[in-house]
Design a protein around this ligand. Structure first.
Ligand code: ADP
Ligand code: MG
Length: 387
């Protein structure tokens, strides 16, 4: 039987457009470890999660586009011949994908679409990539383009760059499309080689704690960090011309080429180099089933993001500090670009309810904000929902 969200999307689509749709889903993602490493040619360790964006879609032949969002309760209407990005809110991500398809020579003849989601929007779980991936997958399926997955994720990434103006790496779209139930995926962002690693932990829960803040600093700080990394790389390259990215850099190279020139740039680069090493070690922990060691590495990543990369904020630090000594918590860290969004926590399942109850009260009292807590499971990537 179809899940409630799928049944209601089906019904909404029929009410709006008077035909029966096909339905596709694309999940959000978490990242276990490997933060701010993707744009330094490093490695990341994401998983798709059991919360998705759902897209109901039907073909048209008259050049019209109609898109209904159940979350924003709004209809967008336009023409395939006139796809522009100006002043658009939520339709930006769908239209960005359409624009990229057109730039690659595909000419969809029109469609009706309805979107629904059980994935928190704007919380760092990449709902934007989920919309893009669901859209490209759905358009590919109904128009029969048969694009390979790797082309679809590149296309979705370009849609985010060109229409949403976010210069994201490839991790989010990759994780949404390539996720596999019960697994994290270690991705080499330079070669796009990847390997699935099972998360076998029956007694552990992956708990997300949403700070419910998104500080405006986020995008400028993100761009500044990218520039600082590029500066450090350039200084290293003066002495080591074979080095192509921070991924190739060692701490000794930073000692020699960067430390005496700029303490801040040195610290940023040092974090990235350490974080890539930490990811490899964490992956070995996962393979060996050593969750205690894995958890310590998550905490070390948080400390590095707070003190060296300086992309945390008081709400994120508050949550990690509170849980790190809590019985049953294996590891915790801020997740994503920083300055808000969620923390990821590995918690013994029997301790989850008490932790959430206690922390919700504390967070409200000390930060004057509500806390949203939910658990996630590594899940399969983008697919059609058979109804
Ligand atoms: P994140 O990707 O971390 O969730 P972003 O700010 O990158 O946050 O993307 C959020 C945007 O993606 C929303 O503002 C909206 O434009 C679009 N979006 C996400 N989910 C939906 C949805 N269910 N329906 C319509 N648009 C959505
Ligand atoms: Mg996003």
């Amino acid at each position: 039987m179809a899940s409630p969200i799928v049944s209601s999307l089906q019904q909404v689509f029929f009410e709006q457009f008077n035909v029966h749709p096909r339905i596709f889903r694309s999940p959000g993602r978490i990242n276990l470890i490997g933060e701010h490493t993707d744009y330094n040619d490093g490695f990341v360790m994401p998983a798709a999660i059991d919360k998705s964006v759902f897209v109901a879609i039907g073909k048209r032949n008259d050049g019209r586009i109609r898109i209904w969002s159940t979350d924003f309760r709004e209809m967008y209407e336009g023409q395939v011949s006139d796809v522009c990005k100006s002043g658009m809110g939520w339709p930006t991500y769908v239209l960005g994908v359409l624009d990229q398809l057109q730039q690659e020579g595909y000419q969809p003849k029109g469609f009706d679409m309805a979107l629904a989601s059980d994935l928190p929007i704007g919380a760092g779980l990449s709902s934007s990539a989920a919309v893009e991936c669901a859209t490209v997958f759905a358009l590919d399926a109904i128009f029969g383009y048969a694009l390979p997955l790797d082309r679809m994720i590149r296309l979705a990434q370009r849609a985010e760059h060109s229409f949403a103006g976010v210069m994201c790496g490839i991790m989010d779209q990759f994780a949404s499309m390539y996720g596999r139930a019960g697994h994290f995926v270690k991705l080499d962002c330079r070669t796009m080689e990847y390997a699935y690693h099972p998360f076998i932990a029956d007694d552990l829960t992956l708990l997300m704690l949403n700070t419910n803040v998104k500080h405006s600093l986020a995008s400028t700080a993100y761009n500044r960090r990218r520039m600082e990394c590029a500066q450090g790389l350039a200084w290293v390259q003066e002495a080591y011309p074979d080095v192509q990215a921070l991924r190739d850099v060692t701490l000794e190279m930073l000692d020699r080429q960067v430390r005496h020139r700029d303490a801040t740039v040195d610290m940023r680069c040092r974090f990235v180099v350490e974080e890539i090493a930490r990811l490899h070690a964490a992956c070995a922990d996962l393979v060996n089933g050593d969750m205690v060691s894995l958890g310590k590495r998550l905490l070390a990543t948080h400390d590095g993001l707070r003190d060296m990369y300086e992309v945390s904020c008081q709400e994120l630090d508050y949550l990690v500090e509170k849980v790190r000594t809590y019985p049953g918590v294996i590891g915790a860290r801020m997740m994503g670009g920083g300055f808000g969004g969620c923390t990821i926590n590995i918690v013994r399942t029997e301790a989850v309810d008490a932790l959430v109850a206690q922390l919700s009260v504390d967070y409200q009292k000390d930060m004057n904000l509500p806390l949203t807590a939910f658990s996630v499971k590594p899940s399969d990537g983008t697919s059609e929902v058979l109804i």
